[in-house]
Design a protein. Structure first.
Length: 220
């Protein structure tokens, strides 16, 4: 399952291209990094890939996942997971229920669902944390729980929007390593937006630096 961006750019409502057209292929289990100056449209690129563009913005080029063109498909039909800068968990649900919320439909029956959640908590180093209130978790624990919830939905690709920038420096390396190792083990392509050179080095994948478009169509 590869993620392919083919001559992709995004046009703002006024017709201006946010960045020059780009092409990239992300292999299964690979984490590709997207860098560039603030305001160039890195997060908007992820929104375009995931199907979350704001009204008025328009994608140019193509996004393909496993050879399937995703153009025109709504976000819920793309099979793409998303992890944001803030690891948001539902405050009214326990940690286990947060993870269960993301379970893929193939997990049927209470026993199977509980087993899948318990295995995910174990993998994340959170065994026994299922009944806890998410508010009692540390930032690193929330990040691990949020990643496992994303992966329990069994996405075919994952988008990471600066997911480590809000963590304390002493926790960042361990959480980053856990996230990348888990994604590689799942064998799915990931696209990471980051300002952090350490993120790029740890990802060990292709690096794409966005550049400014020089005309309204995004051409050179």
């Amino acid at each position: 399952m590869t993620l392919q961006l083919d001559a992709l750019s995004v046009l703002a409502p006024d017709g201006t291209a946010l960045f020059a057209p780009l092409s990239l292929t992300v292999q299964p289990g690979e984490v590709a990094s997207v860098t560039g100056p603030s305001g160039i449209g890195k997060s908007t690129l992820l929104a375009a890939v995931g199907g979350h563009l704001e009204p008025g913005f328009r994608l140019c080029g193509a996004v393909r996942l496993g050879g399937r063109d995703l153009g025109g498909l709504p976000a819920e039909r793309r099979g793409i997971g998303m992890m944001f800068q803030e690891a948001v968990l539902f405050p009214h649900l326990s940690v286990a229920d947060n993870l269960a919320f993301g379970l893929a439909p193939r997990h049927r029956g209470r026993r199977a669902r509980r087993g899948a959640v318990a295995a995910a908590l174990e993998q994340a180093g959170l065994a026994g944390f299922g009944p806890r209130d998410p508010a009692t978790l540390s930032g690193g624990q929330r990040a691990r729980a949020a990643l496992m919830r994303t992966l329990l939905a069994e996405p075919r690709a994952v988008l990471l929007d600066e997911p480590f920038s809000g963590l304390d420096p002493e926790r960042r390396d361990a959480i980053r390593r856990f996230a990348f190792d888990t994604i590689r083990a799942a064998g799915i392509p990931a696209l990471l937006v980051t300002h952090d050179a350490e993120d790029v080095r740890a990802a060990c994948g292709p690096v794409l630096a966005l550049s400014r478009a020089t005309d309204p169509t995004g051409g050179p």
